[in-house]
Design a protein around this ligand. Structure first.
Ligand SMILES: Cc1cc2nc3c(=O)[nH]c(=O)nc-3n(C[C@H](O)[C@H](O)[C@H](O)COP(=O)(O)OP(=O)(O)OC[C@H]3O[C@@H](n4cnc5c(N)ncnc54)[C@H](O)[C@@H]3O)c2cc1C
Length: 320
C-alpha cells in the first residue's frame, strides 16, 4: 500500500512527487503520456511568458541564459528534475478510475503493455490539468481532418489558406507563426478585437499585420460551418464563405470534469471547480486531493505553473 498515487506528471504532479520524495513517503506518479506531456504538445517554437526561476521545481535551479525559456529548454529542465530527484513515474499509464476501498483507494490504470494495472494508496492526488480537452465549437465540419484544436508546427502551412479561430494568446501566436511560414491567415474572433490578455510584447506585431492587411481579421464574427474547401463565417446578419485549407480552433481547454465526477468529486456551480479546502487541497472525498490547474475548474488561467507548483508543499508537507 502506497502513501500516495499522483495522477499526472505535469509540473504540479512533479511538485507533489518531489515533496513526497523529500518526506520519505511511498508514492507513484501515473502518467498517461510522457513526463510533462502537455508541455511536450505545446507549439515547438514557443517561448514561455514566465522567467526560469518561476518555473523551477523543488530546489533544482533552472539554469539558462534565456530571459523567457523556450519549450525545449523547459522540457529539458523538467526531465532533469525527474531524473535527478529520482522521481517514481510510470509513464504511459492512463488512470481510468479511482474508487474508495475501505479507508484507502483503488486506482485502475491502463498501459500499452498491460491492459489493467491496479494500484492501492492511502491518498490520491489528481493533477491532470486541462490541456487534453479542447473547448469544441459544436459546428458542422469540426471533425474534418483539416480542423485542429492544437498548433504545434507552422512549417506545413506554407502557401495554405488558414483560418485561426480565437483572439487570445494561443490564437495570436499561431496566426503570427503561420504568417511567417508563408500562409494566408484569417483570424476569426467573436470579440470586437484582439483580447486584452494578449502578451504586451506580442500585441504590436499582430496589430501591425492586421492594420497592413497581411493577416486578415474578422471580429464580432463566428464560424458557423466548415467544409472541405471553405469555412462559413457569420458577421452580423451576413454569412460569408471563405476559401480554406486548414482550421485551427484555438478557443481554450477545460479539465476532464466527467472524470472528477466519476471519482465522486463535487463541482462548484459557476466555476465548475472541484470542491476542495484551499488550505489542504483535499476535495469533498476524504484523502482525495487536487493539484495544479485542475483545482481552478473552468478558470484555466487562474492556476498555472508559477502557483500550481506550490501545491506539492500544501498537500504533502502538512500531512501525516
Ligand atoms: C502555450 C502555453 C504557454 C504557457 N506558458 C506558461 C508560462 O509561461 N508560465 C506558466 O506558469 N504557465 C504557462 N502555461 C500554463 C501551464 O502550462 C499550465 O498551467 C500547466 O501545465 C498546468 O500544470 P498541471 O501539472 O496542473 O497540468 P499539466 O501540465 O496539463 O499536466 C497534467 C498531466 O496529467 C496527465 N494526465 C491527464 N489525464 C490523465 C490520466 N487520466 N491518467 C494519467 N495521466 C493523465 C497529462 O498527460 C499531463 O502530463 C502555458 C500554457 C500554454 C497552453
Amino acid at each position: 500500500m502506497l502513501d500516495y498515487i499522483i495522477v499526472g506528471a505535469g509540473p504540479a504532479g512533479l511538485a507533489c512527487a518531489i515533496e513526497a520524495e523529500k518526506k520519505g513517503s511511498s508514492y507513484l506518479v501515473l502518467e498517461k503520456g510522457c513526463v510533462v506531456n502537455s508541455i511536450y504538445n505545446f507549439p515547438s517554437d514557443m517561448t514561455f511568458f514566465s522567467t526560469p526561476d518561476l518555473l523551477q521545481l523543488g530546489e533544482m535551479v533552472f539554469v539558462t541564459d534565456a530571459f523567457r525559456p523556450t519549450r525545449n529548454q523547459v522540457l529539458h529542465y523538467y526531465l532533469r528534475v525527474a531524473r535527478d530527484y529520482g522521481l517514481k513515474i510510470a509513464q504511459y499509464h492512463r488512470v481510468k478510475s479511482i474508487t474508495r476501498n475501505g479507508s484507502s483507494f483503488k486506482v485502475l490504470a491502463e498501459s500499452h503493455k498491460s491492459l489493467t494495472g491496479i494500484f492501492n494508496a492511502k491518498k490520491v492526488i489528481i493533477a491532470t490539468g486541462y490541456y487534453d480537452n479542447p473547448n469544441h465549437l459544436g459546428i458542422e465540419g469540426e471533425n474534418l481532418e483539416k480542423v485542429s484544436h492544437y498548433y504545434t508546427e507552422a512549417h506545413p502551412l506554407y502557401d495554405q489558406d488558414v483560418a485561426v479561430i480565437g483572439g487570445k494568446n494561443s490564437a495570436v501566436e499561431a496566426a503570427l507563426a503561420f504568417y511567417r511560414a508563408g500562409a494566408r491567415v484569417t483570424m476569426i474572433h467573436r470579440g470586437s478585437g484582439i483580447s486584452d490578455s494578449v502578451k504586451y510584447w506580442v500585441r504590436p506585431e499582430i496589430e501591425k499585420h492586421i492594420a497592413d492587411g497581411k493577416i486578415k481579421a474578422m471580429f464580432n464574427s463566428a464560424v458557423t460551418r466548415i467544409t472541405g474547401e471553405s469555412v462559413f463565417v457569420k458577421n452580423g446578419g451576413e454569412e460569408k464563405e471563405i476559401k480554406n485549407d486548414s482550421v485551427f480552433a484555438l478557443t481554450g481547454y477545460h479539465p476532464d470534469l466527467d472524470f472528477l465526477k466519476e471519482c465522486g468529486v463535487e463541482l462548484r456551480r459557476e466555476t465548475l471547480e472541484p470542491k476542495h479546502n484551499p488550505d489542504s487541497l483535499e476535495t469533498n472525498i476524504n484523502g482525495l486531493y487536487v493539484a495544479g490547474s485542475i483545482a481552478a475548474g473552468m478558470q484555466c488561467n487562474k492556476i498555472f505553473i508559477e502557483n500550481g507548483r506550490e501545491h506539492g508543499k500544501i498537500i504533502v508537507c502538512n500531512r501525516e
